[in-house]
Design a protein around this ligand. Structure first.
Ligand code: PLP
Length: 366
């Protein structure tokens, strides 16, 4: 039983060969493999905020005298603050250790072996990841050539085993949003529907007002992107009250750290500052898009998020990723069905765009 084979027999069968989720590279792991100092690496591979968090967060964390005590497990203050920001009642909110955790909790609430989750691919891979860990099946519905959701096909894919539908808006990695009309059509089926608005602040489009009308509609948000708190890990969901109660009941205790709670409080006290940074990123997204368009072997797709997806029309995206990495610029690359030979570039500061474009122009081909 202590042999590897013995252990494998004890692991849940569908997890025995589970491959996991491939996350972005951490700069410190690249020491010696890049031509620049680790501190000078330009990280455009995980859609983080290049401006960092609000200085209020840093000050409050440095001055906090409560890091030795557990945070409020009931999230009373936190839920109240998030409710104010999202414009809903506090009883509809649950915060988590990043919105990733909320994806996982939603799947754990609804999905068991044999249940189905509809994903509109290509999309954020975590929906599949959590589904498979719970023994469920991810049912893939392909988006069209411009990556728009095919609403008819989504509705057609619903079976008696369908318990959840996930749609990211803006979608990762393609950057496009879903119309309210499409959300209404899909929510109208009554199947629990999760709209993942991790990039909401960059699109400024939300379906939160629709949650008052659809008892099966859930919305996820994150503090990782607009508020620059990816390292602190805070996200939240807006749920029908009964689902919020269930999620509160099944989450692990203290799932948002005291530091995370401080991060939310201080970010929400500094929304104007953070929104200025968001506006700078939106403006830079436009500049980056226009610049990428001038590279004949790249085809950038319009984006409502803080990243731009590009098809690599000549040469290999993997080789391009390696060349950029050696020069100290990290981007994400894909080469799988529906995301063939492509890269995703996070929007950085203007100087990051300039550094990237200088290398791309010198390359001639991918
Ligand atoms: C669509 C989408 N949802 C959720 C997340 C997770 O964000 P968080 O950092 O809040 O866990 C990401 C992160 O990249 C994302 O792209």
């Amino acid at each position: 039983m202590s042999s590897p084979e013995g252990i494998e027999r004890l692991v849940r069968p569908f997890l025995a060969r589970f491959t996991g989720y491939s996350a972005a590279t951490s700069p410190e792991t690249l020491e010696g493999r890049v031509e620049v100092a680790v501190a000078d690496i330009i990280k455009l591979d995980a859609n983080e905020n290049p401006y960092g968090c609000s200085p209020r967060v840093l000050r409050a964390l440095a001055e906090s005298r409560s890091l030795n005590i557990y945070p409020d497990d009931g999230q009373q203050v936190l839920r109240g603050l998030l409710a104010g920001y999202a414009g809903v009642a506090a009883e509809k909110i649950v915060a988590g250790h990043g919105s990733n955790t909320l994806i996982d909790l939603i799947v754990r609430l609804f999905i068991g072996e044999g249940d189905e989750v509809i994903n509109c691919i290509p999309t954020f891979d975590l929906y599949r990841f959590s589904t498979e860990i719970c023994g469920g099946t991810a049912v893939n519905v392909e988006r069209d050539a411009d990556f728009n959701v095919d609403v008819k096909s989504v509705i057609k894919a619903i079976s008696s085993r369908t318990k959840l539908i996930f749609i990211a808006s803006p979608n990762n990695p393609t950057g496009n949003t879903l119309s309210n009309k499409a959300v209404i059509e899909i929510a109208g089926t009554g199947v629990p529907l999760v709209i993942d608005e991790a990039y909401y602040e960059f699109s400024r489009e939300t379906v939160v007002p629709l949650t008052a009308r659809y008892p099966n509609l859930m919305v996820l948000r994150s503090f990782s992107k607009w508020a620059g708190l990816a390292g602190l890990r805070v996200g939240y969901g807006i749920f029908p009250s009964r689902i919020a109660e269930y999620i509160m009941a099944i989450k692990v205790p203290y799932s948002v750290s005291m530091a995370g709670e401080i991060g939310v409080r201080e970010s929400l006290a500094d929304v104007d500052y953070l929104q200025e940074r968001v506006s700078a990123i939106i403006a830079e997204r436009g500049r980056l898009f226009e610049a990428l368009k001038t590279i004949p072997w790249l085809r950038p797709y319009p984006s409502q998020a803080n990243f731009i997806y590009c098809a690599v029309l000549k040469g290999s995206a993997a080789a391009l990723h390696q060349k950029l990495q050696r020069k100290g610029i990290l981007v994400r690359y894909f080469d799988r069905p529906l995301l063939k030979n492509s890269i995703r570039v996070s929007v950085g500061k203007p100087e990051h765009t300039d550094a990237l474009m200088k290398i791309l122009r010198s390359l001639g081909q991918g």
